[in-house]
Structure formats: C-alpha cells, structure tokens
Ligand binder design. Structure first.
Ligand code: DLL
Length: 458
C-alpha cells in the first residue's frame, strides 16, 4: 500500500464506433454533448466487451511480432491471444521505463509503418522514444478531440496552444485533437511570451492549452501589458498542479482551469482529461488505454485508494505496451452518477512513485506541500521545495510573498499539521524563485552539497 499522508478506426477493426463531432451551441460552456458518444457514453458493460476484444487483439499482435513482450507473455504461459481475458489481466507481465531504456531506441516497436516519433527527455535526461503509426496518430487525434470537447471547445473555438511543439507530445497532441474537432488551432508553442500576448490581444482565443506554470507566466505577462484575457477555459497538464492553483489560474486568467494527463509512452496528452462535468476528476480514455491502479507489490488497489497507474494501450500498433507502469500515483473511480460520460475517472496525479520524498521517516509528495502553500492568499504562485540532504535531512519551502512577519510561521504550522513534519519556510521577495519560460516547472530541487539551489537558504 502507498504510505503517504493525504487523506477512429479501432485496431481490431470494430467499425461500431461512429465518428460524430457534435458541435455545441457557440458560447455554451455548460455540460456539453460528447464528441464520440459511442465511445464515451456507452454502458460500461458494453465497453468491457470492446476492451476484452481489443486486449486479445493486442496480445495477438505482440505474440506475432515476437519481441520482448512476446517473450514475457510466453514466460507466463500465454501462447495465444485466446488465453487472455480482462479477468486474468493481473497475471500478465508489466513493462517499465527501465525496459524501454534497455531496449532503446526502438526495441519495443512492433510495426514498421512508423510516421513519426515523439518522446520525453525524462528522468536524469535519459530519453524515451515512442514510434507512432498513422493509426496511432488517428487514435491520438480522437482522444484529444474528446478531451477538448469535454472542456467545452467546439468547432468555433480558437485554441491558443502554448505547449511545446517538437519531440514533446504536448504541442502536436493538442494540435491533432483541435484540428479533429474542427476548431482553429493557433500553434504558438512555448516561449516568446511577448508575441503570445500580442496574439491573444489580436485573435481573442477562448481556449488556452499549456502547462499550468506557463499559464501563470502568461497571465502575469498579460496583466503586465494591460491585455484583458479572452479565455473561457484552460486545459493544463504535463506537470502536477493542485486545486489551489486552479483558483490562482481562475483569478489570473478569468477561466475555468481543467487538468489533462498523459505520457508519451502511452500516446501523449489525452490519456485522461477533466471535463466540465467530471467533478474534479479526469475521464480516462479507457476504450483505448486500459487503466489499473496497483500497490507496491503489484496488486490492484480498490477505487479511492492511491496506487500507481498502469496502462495498456489496447489499440496502438506502432509501439503498443501491455501493463506499462507509469510511476504516477492517483486514485481511480467510476463515472459520475447519471453523467452522459460513462468512462472511469482518475484523480489528479498525487505524486510520482520516484518523487516521493522520505524526510526523517515521513513520506511526502510535493503536491501536498503545494496545496498548503497555494491555499494561503498571501503567497504568490511561484514556490520551490528544496530537499536538503547535506546532513540531517530537512525540507525547505521557498515562497514569494509580502512577509507580514507571520507568514513563515503560519505556513510552518499549516505544513506541520498536513505533513506531520516541520519544514523550514522562507518568504522571499518577488522574482526569487526561477520562472519557467516554457516547458515543465521545476518545483523540487535537491541540495546535496555546496551552494543552495536558490538564494536565502543557509
Ligand atoms: O507530459 C504529456 C502531456 C502533454 C500531458 C501535455 C498533458 C499535457 P511526458 O513528457 O512523457 O508526457 O511526461 C509524462 O508527466 O508520467 C506525469 O508524471 C507527468 N504529467 C503529465 N500530465 C500530468 C498532469 C506529457 N496533468 C509525465 N498532472 C507523466 C501531473 C502529469 N503530472
């Protein structure tokens, strides 16, 4: 059990899925129709049948390709697709990031009709590369169109896309999905903020897509330049963020901030996304990406219990993965009762298995600290957690804010209450914490020796 202190055309040839973008009324941002009703809105028992058929299709493809995953399947006695069902999923072998590294660059590719490659630089700068067939890109466009549609985007939307374009999946993932929806995508990529401000002033886009940290940066730049934001909704992901930050984004940018989750290994953004009606959780595109949550021993945890997310790419053909351990910890839940969306949901990512800090025996996820820090209105959106490992392990939390003399003490108390741990809180002047011009925020630094990662620590 995790010990921490928070409370398109399917690959199996199934043509039953109708393609139907149901455009919402312009200006309507309430509970919207589904982009793919036959996928998002079917009875869970019907979907289960689709998943099982696709799981067999996947296992058949892997066995036929004869690669690493085929060897492992045979190792547990699976020699034929008919040997598997959803009921025995828990007995099938896992794939890990380590496996991908050991078979770098393309040892997990099982189809040579590759049309593009994406990836991430990942932990310690070791790249992970993922090959996509045209079919995979089609699946990606489809799940991203659903994600944007669920957030209220329509064919009349203008999507300001400030996720990075390139090897990173953020930019092109939103691009494919926005175009599939019939919306207008403005491909800004990250950085060159002055130009972004100018285009927001000129084009008045209604949907903002970027990392939450860049959204804050952009919001500050708009304010600085006296440009009124035009957004109604923001689809923010690629890094952890909390409900506290949701409020900050709302007040800075005047939008409803929704969370989007994904990882290159599985497809990129669009594995799961919050919709306006999903009550703070993210709908998992589980007809394409079967999801499990497991404990440290690899056993399934019940809904509502934090576990590591494991994904199986049911329909991918270029580099499909069976039971890929994401390292991301979240809880799972069924659909909102009575909702037209019948997909299973995941919570916001609570932390990463490998980011969990163990400080003097207490396990802490950085997101827990964020939710305490950002709940205090005296604190700005920029903060940095420093894990001081020089002698006696300490946690420093550097925030920006106007110190009224009590802020550091109040935060120390609130953090102690939440984490059961005394942190050293430093209130620093505006601009102390490094800003992200683009890409993912760095909110956690390790201090092993020498100079502190940010001024003001001793
Ligand atoms: O970050 C894909 C993505 C792009 C998702 C744009 C959402 C928006 P990678 O670069 O491979 O892919 O990084 C994947 O980022 O395993 C998580 O640890 C983290 N991550 C992604 N989305 C979220 C999120 C993209 N919404 C890794 N909340 C994942 C928390 C997230 N962490």
């Amino acid at each position: 059990m995790w010990q921490y202190r928070t409370t398109s055309a399917p690959a199996d040839g199934n043509r039953g899925y109708r393609w139907g973008v149901r455009a919402a009324r312009p200006g309507c941002m309430g509970v919207l129709g589904l982009v793919e009703p036959d996928a998002e809105g079917v009875r869970p028992s019907v979907r289960r049948g689709v998943q099982e058929r696709r799981l067999r299709g996947l296992v058949g493809r892997l066995l036929a390709a004869g690669g690493v995953q085929a060897g492992r399947l045979r190792g547990v006695g699976v020699g034929d697709a008919a040997d598997v069902s959803l009921d025995v999923l828990g007995r099938l072998p896992f794939v890990t990031k380590q496996d991908l590294w050991e078979n770098y660059p393309d040892g997990f590719q099982v189809d040579d009709r590759i049309v593009c490659i994406h990836g991430s630089s990942g932990t310690g700068g070791r790249p992970t590369l993922i090959s996509y067939t045209a079919h995979d890109v089609d699946v990606w466009a489809s799940v991203m169109a659903r994600a944007l549609g669920g957030a209220g985007a329509t064919s009349r939307s203008r999507i300001h896309n400030a996720y990075g374009y390139g090897l990173f999946t953020g930019g092109l993932g939103v691009h494919h999905g926005g175009m599939r929806l019939g919306a207008t995508v403005i491909p800004l990529s990250g950085g060159m903020t002055e130009r972004q401000v100018r285009l927001i002033a000129d084009l008045r886009p209604d949907v903002l897509c970027c990392t939450p940290s860049y959204a804050v940066h952009l919001g500050e730049a708009l304010r600085h330049n006296g440009v009124e934001p035009s957004f109604r909704v923001g689809v923010f992901g690629a890094e952890p963020w909390t409900d506290g930050m949701r409020e900050q984004l709302r007040s800075l940018l005047g939008l409803t901030a929704l969370d989007i989750y994904g990882l290159s290994e599985i497809i990129g953004p669009g594995v799961a996304c919050e919709s306006l009606d999903s009550q703070g959780m993210l709908n998992v595109a589980e007809d394409h990406f079967l999801v499990e949550a497991i404990d440290e021993q690899g056993n399934a945890v019940p809904d509502g219990t934090p576990g590591e997310l494991v994904f199986t790419t049911l329909t991918k053909t270029g580099m499909p993965l069976l039971r890929y351990r994401s390292g991301d910890v979240a809880t799972l839940a069924g659909p909102v009762e009575g909702s037209p969306r019948t997909l299973r949901r995941m919570s916001k990512v609570l932390g990463r298995r490998d980011d969990m800090l163990v400080v003097r025996g207490v396990n802490v996820f950085p997101t827990e600290i964020e939710s305490v820090v950002l709940a205090d209105p005296r604190v700005g959106p920029h903060y940095l957690i420093v894990e001081d490992r020089r002698a006696r392990p300490e946690l420093w939390v550097v925030v920006e804010g106007s110190s009224d003399g009590r802020l550091a003490d109040d935060l120390t108390g609130a953090l102690r209450e939440r984490l059961g741990l005394t942190c050293k809180v430093v209130v620093a002047p505006d601009g102390t914490v490094p800003r992200t011009e683009t890409g993912k925020a760095r909110r956690l630094a390790r201090w092993d020796e020498g100079q502190p990662p940010v001024a003001g620590l001793s």
